[in-house]
Design a protein around this ligand. Structure first.
Ligand code: DX5
Ligand code: ZN
Length: 219
């Protein structure tokens, strides 16, 4: 019995009908909004930034889970706190002083998340494990929605779960990329707590039902 959080990724929403898609999430069984910020440097794509998040925050009635795929994230921690981010996730690969960055996120009253790329070994998180609230495990290479799930993720989730338990830490494991009804249950069985789903939700003919199905599958 688990209580999996489904976090639809707004990257796959219709930006010309953003309010409609936000209301859809508000009225669904999803628990979080996942917001992907890309800078065109850390990842080969540019998504959206502050003005869009400000508008989303006005309508969203659920926590904002902001995933920064940017270099030098420290420069913007305060800004994202002011915008209303509840969870702020930075990339392990983009942080020279990860420990300091995590403290800065918490000092602003947000939960601190660390995202790791598919090539990054989970053991690299051991020395900051007590300072992390959420690990966003990338199950695709970050930068684009709609990519195929990388199967090696299951093994990494199990490894990370062991590290978390061995340290007596309380950390959420979030899976980001290529999540569908084909892998959701297996991911939760491996130890995942949060599932991000973009194209699977917004590409469906009935996104509300699709979210509900994911919730049922992972219960
Ligand atoms: C990828 C983003 C993901 C993406 C997920 O760089 O971090 O959050 O929006 O999209 P899907 O579910 O379509 O793989
Ligand atoms: Zn993301």
């Amino acid at each position: 019995m688990s209580n999996t959080i489904i976090a639809p990724s707004i990257l796959a929403a219709d930006f010309a009908n953003l309010q409609r898609d936000i209301e859809l999430i508000n009225n669904s069984e999803a628990e979080w909004f996942h917001l992907d910020v890309m800078d065109g440097v850390f990842v080969p794509n540019i998504s959206f930034g502050m003005p869009v998040i400000k508008s989303i925050a006005k309508h969203a009635k659920k926590p904002l889970d902001v995933h920064l795929m940017i270099i030098d994230p420290d420069r913007y921690i305060k800004v994202f706190a002011e915008l209303g981010a509840n969870v702020l996730t930075v990339h392990f690969e983009a942080c020279t002083h990860l420990h300091r960055t995590l403290q800065a996120i918490k000092d602003e009253g947000m939960q601190a998340g660390v995202a790791i790329n598919p090539h990054t070994n989970v053991s690299l998180l051991e020395d900051t494990i007590k300072d992390i609230d959420l690990v966003c495990m990338m199950s695709v290479n970050p930068g684009f929605g709609g990519q195929s799930f990388i199967e090696n993720t299951y093994k990494k989730v199990r490894q990370l779960k062991k590290i978390i338990e061995a340290n007596g830490a309380s950390i959420k494991i979030e899976i980001d990329g290529g999540v569908t009804n084909k892998n959701a249950k297996q991911l939760v069985d491996a130890g995942a707590d949060v599932l991000v789903a973009g194209s699977y939700v917004f590409g469906a003919s009935d996104p509300t039902q699709t979210i509900s199905d994911l919730v049922k599958l992972t219960r």
